[in-house]
Design a protein around this ligand. Structure first.
Ligand SMILES: CC(C)(CNC(=O)c1ccc(Oc2ccccc2)cc1)c1ccc2c(N)nc(N)nc2n1
Length: 333
């Protein structure tokens, strides 16, 4: 109905419903990273509420979504930051055969078989941590690799991440922020109790918890982290990837200690088999194994494409839920 045709009672009812719905959609959008309505639907409801509140100001309330800081669509209002060193992605392979091809290409490019550092691929979201003279001064999300979001206040609530390094280094380190599986289960139980939609997986829960405008919400979400990269490896004082991980730990940064230096393919496949089986016993989500040329000077020789390093590859596990689906289909057939 056109706003002018509404009785006051009808307008009051529609305004109240729109205020509730839009508040819930706004929370879903920037808290859960998985909104339940398309943006254009949200925008249409929002415009209707603006018209109704203009025609019936007696029903305007300060809590109304139209009165929120930043006005319009409650998008992520985090400050944007530019990464001086881009945050790259990893190339993927999905079989041991493809991994062997990558090993052969890399060995050919180097002219010899080099050592690899094998690491679990943490299923979280990538962050950059900037330390100045050992103090954490900025934390930011990967974003598109060049432009990310400032999440400094939120990251400072994560116990695993030190505010101060054990040495006064000025260095940017990168890692993955994740939500431990136990925290994820507890959080979803709490959300069910509150009648809120549960998070789809620990990664969404971590993203939704990290990209909060209110750091007090982040604090309650029990996030953790693993650090795995720095471009400033001279400052760090490391010559290999495995050495860099040891130096991160010495500085007080959280690292994942399951890494192994291996160069023979047969051992690589047994590492992969081991962690494919151990996956459910870990308290954090992994979606694969990352194989990295261990010597940092050789990484520089191999270089990177615009988006990914040539000296690293991610072997991806088959996604768990997909496997279950496939089994179901086989079963019904
Ligand atoms: C290897 C890298 C992609 C990080 N490295 C970078 O982001 C990166 C960034 C600039 C680089 O090179 C440049 C340096 C200066 C200027 C331009 C490029 C090289 C690598 C990566 C990404 C995700 C990982 C993950 N989930 N788990 C583990 N265990 N390791 C991971 N490693």
């Amino acid at each position: 109905k056109a706003v002018s045709e509404l009785t006051t009672a009808q307008a009051q009812q529609e305004i109240a419903k729109l205020q509730d719905d839009l508040t819930r959609y706004g929370v879903e959008y920037y808290e859960d990273d998985n909104p339940s309505v398309e943006d254009h639907v949200y925008d249409a409801f929002y415009a209707r509420l603006v018209d109704l509140e203009a025609a019936f100001p007696q029903f305007m309330t300060p809590e109304s979504p139209t009165q929120r800081v930043g006005g319009t669509n409650v998008k992520s209002e985090l400050t944007k930051i530019t990464h001086p060193v881009p945050m790259l992605s990893l190339g993927d392979v999905f079989s041991l055969e493809e991994l062997q091809d990558w090993d052969a290409r890399t060995t050919k490019a180097l002219g010899f078989q080099s050592d690899y550092n094998l690491e679990l691929k943490i299923d979280g979201l990538a962050v950059a941590l900037d330390y100045e003279n050992g103090e954490l001064v900025q934390a930011s999300t990967r974003g598109n690799g060049t432009i990310g979001e400032d999440v400094t206040a939120n990251v400072k609530t994560i116990q695993a991440i030190p505010q101060r390094l054990s040495e006064p280094l000025t260095i940017e380190v990168r890692g993955e922020i994740y939500m431990p599986k136990k925290s994820f289960a507890k959080l979803n139980q709490q959300r069910e109790l509150e009648g809120l939609a549960p998070f789809a997986n620990p990664r969404n829960a971590a993203a939704g918890s990290l990209r909060q405008l209110d750091a007090k919400v982040t604090k309650k979400r029990e996030l953790s982290a693993f650090v795995y990269y720095t471009a400033d490896f001279e400052t760090l004082g490391a010559e290999t990837q495995s050495g860099a991980l040891q130096r991160f730990a010495a500085l007080g940064l959280p690292t994942n200690t399951t890494n192994q230096v291996i160069s023979v393919m047969s051992y690589i496949s047994s590492y992969i088999t081991h962690y494919t089986q151990q996956r459910d016993t870990l308290d954090y989500g992994i979606d694969g194994v990352v194989v990295k040329v261990n010597a940092l000077d050789l990484q520089l020789d191999l270089g990177n494409t615009v988006k990914i390093p040539r000296w690293a590859i991610a072997y991806k596990f088959p996604p768990e839920e997909a496997l279950t689906t496939v089994r179901d289909i086989e079963w019904t057939v």
